[in-house]
Design a binder for this molecule. Structure first.
Ligand SMILES: Cc1ncc(COP(=O)(O)O)c(C=O)c1O
Length: 411
């Protein structure tokens, strides 16, 4: 079994080939990308320990993102379910409405340090694109966003926001016309424009450096949570479960970062993938359903594939989770057994949205509604001294049309 090294940051657990546990991640990139990836690796390698850069990051996290985001007890849901105490880290209150703002701000700051004026990125649910367009506007960069044509149709509000911020949306018509194709097309564009343009990958996926930058950025969530646990309980609860949805894996990586070294009997990490429509063979849950290792977007990972090793089809009501691969960090956490992964179906996440938005002043997007579905499942079976914390990492406004169509209302 793979081993997690205690006291070593999760993003630094790789070997000299940037492989986590010798199996996941790495840099499987074309020759033409070697130099820009090496330059970015060297630049970020310095910046992440540069006090001025850290100060700048913290300044914008506080004064632009709005850190810290709230940590609240869901009293009505707790009472309704019986069993464990249910809390939410309301990351959707961050500027823009989701955790993607942390990665976007850090990439924009890196882009400026690299002396580049153009920034490009991918998006699925539209939040990574919206946040990058916000950060680009804030720091005077020109921004291009690659987005699958299917996602452009189903996530209209975020597309409107991107355009309002002056970003160009490049529709991607290849393949499934979703996130996987948007990332591929964005990388293709970067190969020919890397001299003038910085690329931001929207999750903890892609060649190693993008995983590192993204997880380093979203780690803000768990740094805040440690302080908030101290204020609420006097420290990290003795029986704690941290539940997060997992698409590429950036919000979960950030939500768990400060808790990786805790014993799993004290802090259980639970990742919830997209189980897809009920009665369908399609899903976007490579860890739950035992997909094999393959290479996607420059990294080795568990990935949904057919018998010939071609990337397989996915389906999820949630554009943000609709991705055939998964961060190498999460593959590593699964193999080391530090985290447990499960899935929720489209219908379960809709029902979770219904219950949470009915009982609480909270409107989680379809991605975190997957995490709430798992919380709703396990809470009644747990003791009252157990604390469950769900990362409510996105606001549902972008899903208004889908939710209204499926449930007949929107809250
Ligand atoms: C609100 C929200 N949550 C979760 C995700 C899934 O991505 P990740 O697993 O990288 O957090 C997305 C992706 O777009 C998202 O917009």
């Amino acid at each position: 079994m793979l081993k997690l090294k205690k006291g070593v940051l999760l993003i630094d657990q790789h070997d000299k080939n940037y492989m986590y546990g010798g199996k996941f991640g790495g840099n499987f990139i074309p020759e033409t990308l070697k130099k820009p990836i090496e330059d970015l690796t060297n630049l970020f390698g310095k910046l992440r320990y540069d006090n001025n850069f850290i100060k700048e990051r913290d300044y914008y996290f506080k004064n632009y993102v709005g850190a810290p985001t709230p940590f609240i007890k869901l009293e009505n849901l707790t009472k309704y379910l019986g069993g464990a105490q249910v809390y939410a880290k309301v990351v959707s209150k961050a500027n823009g409405g989701a955790h993607k703002i942390y990665n976007a701000v850090v990439h924009a700051l890196i882009c400026k340090r690299a002396g580049k004026k153009y920034i490009v990125g991918d998006t699925g649910a539209g939040y990574a694109g919206k946040m990058l367009s916000m950060a680009a506007k804030k720091f005077g960069l020109k921004c291009k966003i690659f987005m699958g044509a299917k996602d452009i149709k189903r996530q209209k509000p975020n597309c409107e926001a991107m355009r309002k911020n002056g970003a160009e949306i490049v529709p991607v018509y290849s393949g499934s016309q979703t996130l996987v194709d948007a990332v591929s097309e964005c990388m293709r564009y970067w190969v020919s424009n890397c001299d003038t343009t910085h690329m931001a990958v929207g999750s903890t996926v892609g060649p190693n450096i993008f995983i590192k930058i993204c997880a380093w950025s979203t780690a803000q969530i768990s740094r805040e949570l440690i302080v908030q646990f101290k204020e609420e309980f006097g420290g990290v609860p003795k029986k704690l479960k941290l539940i997060n949805c997992v698409g590429g894996g950036s919000s979960a990586a950030g939500f768990w970062n400060e808790f990786i070294d805790y014993n799993k009997s004290q802090v259980e990490l639970i990742g919830v993938e997209a189980g897809g429509p009920k009665n369908s063979k399609l899903h976007a849950a490579p860890l739950t359903f035992g997909s094999k290792i393959g290479i996607l977007h420059g990294a080795a990972q568990y990935v949904i594939q057919d018998k010939d090793g071609q990337i397989g089809k996915t389906s999820s009501i949630s554009a943000g989770l609709d991705y055939p691969g998964i961060s190498p960090l999460h593959c590593f956490l699964k193999d080391t057994k530090r985290a447990r992964y499960t899935s929720a179906s489209d219908e379960e996440s809709l029902q979770a949205y219904k219950l949470v938005s009915e009982l609480e002043d909270l409107s989680p997007s379809l991605e975190p509604s997957h995490a709430f579905a798992e919380a709703i499942k396990i809470t009644p079976k747990l003791s009252k001294d157990t604390v469950i914390c769900v990362n409510s990492c996105g606001d549902a406004k972008k899903d208004r049309a889908i939710i209204t169509k499926r449930l007949g209302f929107f809250r």
